[in-house]
Design a protein around this ligand. Structure first.
Ligand code: NAP
Length: 263
């Protein structure tokens, strides 16, 4: 899919953790200019990457970004966004978030951002591990929640389309329903396997090796991220109940069969 217009963007990132660092490398490669701010001091890393790093949020906002990309943890978004001095913005700006839940940041942004700001909710369905060899065929979900400046919005989406992402437009609600049944389920199973301390054995089947991979890849993400998937996706609680119910049903089937066999 191609988006009509592309221009070089000034992108300001709030929250320069692992995912923001990963995204910014491709944005820089494409010729966009990046500024960043975060709770921790990333001055040295940013200097190395060619990014202007601001410790002061006012100066960051005054640096005239076309796009402000929210890359904080799900759990800290509310506190972070409510502390932003929006009066320092010099122009109407496109705010984009990349949080792994979608209704929550959409509602917060609509509630807190200045009315002349545009709002694009996105979820790149990949991370530093799955996207380390490029983004081709990886899914990029987005919802154009409040867009008046189509040129800036298209230019931003084009970053992902250019890399070959599968561009998937859907509502935040639809995303959260599907993500509870896929991403949250994967993370929960991974955390259960981790809690059980499963490890490779000398007689692993291929399928068991895949389970070990699920455990390892999900435990690389922070616990903040995992709890955010649960706390701020209203469909996740139902999934957790479904997992418990399914385990109980399978247990009952096994014991019933055992009793029949041994009678
Ligand atoms: P994360 O643990 O979810 O978030 C780390 C970021 O949150 C850092 O920038 C950190 O700032 C900031 N942060 C955490 N607590 C904070 C607080 N109390 N106050 C201010 N800032 C705080 O890890 P991540 O992998 O980088 O993910 C960032 C976002 O991208 C998340 O919303 C996640 O859902 C989304 N996402 C991640 C992936 C992935 O594969 N990792 C994929 C798609 C979307 P400091 O570093 O300055 O401490």
């Amino acid at each position: 899919m191609s988006f009509p217009s592309q221009k070089s963007l000034k992108i300001g990132i709030i929250g320069f953790g692992p995912f923001a660092q990963f995204l910014s490398k491709t944005m820089i490669k494409q010729g966009h200019s990046i500024t960043a701010t975060s709770r921790s001091d990333y001055t040295d890393l940013c200097t190395h990457l060619g990014i202007s790093y601001f410790r002061d949020m006012n100066a960051f906002l005054e640096s005239n970004n076309d796009v402000i990309l929210l890359c904080t943890s799900i759990l800290s978004l509310s506190q972070v966004i409510k502390s932003v001095p929006f009066h320092c913005l010099k122009q109407p700006t496109l705010f984009v978030d990349v949080l792994s839940v979608k209704e929550y940041p959409r509602d917060l942004m609509l509630q807190v951002l200045p009315h002349d700001s545009d709002v694009l909710c996105t979820h790149p369905m990949f991370g530093p591990e799955s996207g380390k060899d490029g983004w081709k065929e990886l899914t990029f979900m987005y919802d154009k929640v409040r867009i008046r400046n189509e040129v800036t919005c298209s230019s931003f989406l084009q970053i992902f389309a250019t890399e070959g992402c599968k561009m998937m437009e859907m509502t935040c609600e639809e995303h959260d329903k599907l993500a509870a049944r896929s991403q949250f389920l994967t993370h929960t199973v991974g955390r259960v396997l981790s809690e059980m301390e499963i490890e490779p054995t000398p007689i692993d089947t291929k399928t068991f090796q895949k389970l070990v991979e699920v455990k390892e890849s999900t435990s690389r993400d922070s616990f903040d991220l995992f709890s955010g998937l649960f706390i701020h996706n209203r469909f996740a609680k139902e999934q957790l109940r479904n997992i418990e119910l399914a385990l109980e049903t399978i247990k009952q089937q096994l014991f019933k069969r055992m009793n029949e066999e041994l009678d």
